[in-house]
Design a binder for this molecule. Structure first.
Ligand code: AMP
Length: 122
């Protein structure tokens, strides 16, 4: 998968402060904010601050500090939103097959209602 980063993407604009976001938590290397079109009662997006397109791009090129910060923030948000008991789902869409709309790595944290089976038939 190509990793050319488009710095005009909407999450890059959020990180530069050019458009607002509903921040849940910010850390040194990562930002968690609420999805603008929530698909469940809890729908938080977690992004690294660095210019990474997909999970595999991040895994390949991010520093250990960025990766630790990011993974810990995902877990921290799940706990802070009170999701340990009933559970949650993580989704990270990548590229064409994953139907990724915004080309900056993000994990969706979804919860707050039964989410159904993982995939629907196309
Ligand atoms: P994906 O299809 O995985 O790339 O998901 C992109 C997600 O970004 C969608 O769930 C959108 O609702 C969400 N989104 C797009 N623009 C914004 C924004 N300005 N603030 C918060 N979430 C957004």
């Amino acid at each position: 998968m190509a990793h050319d980063y488009d710095s005009d993407n909407i999450f890059a604009k959020i990180l530069r402060g050019e458009i607002p976001n509903d921040t849940v938590k910010e850390t040194e290397h990562s930002l968690a904010f609420r999805d603008i079109q929530p698909q469940a009662p809890v729908h938080v997006l977690v992004i690294p601050k660095g210019a990474y397109v997909t999970f595999d791009h991040f895994a390949q090129e991010a520093s250990d500090a960025e990766i630790v910060d990011y993974v810990r923030l995902v877990g921290d948000i799940a706990r802070a939103e009170g999701l340990e008991e009933d559970g949650f789902r993580l989704i990270s869409n990548a590229g064409k097959t994953g139907v990724q709309e915004v080309p900056h790595l993000h994990v969706h944290i979804l919860a707050g209602r039964p989410l159904g089976r993982m995939l629907q038939k196309a």
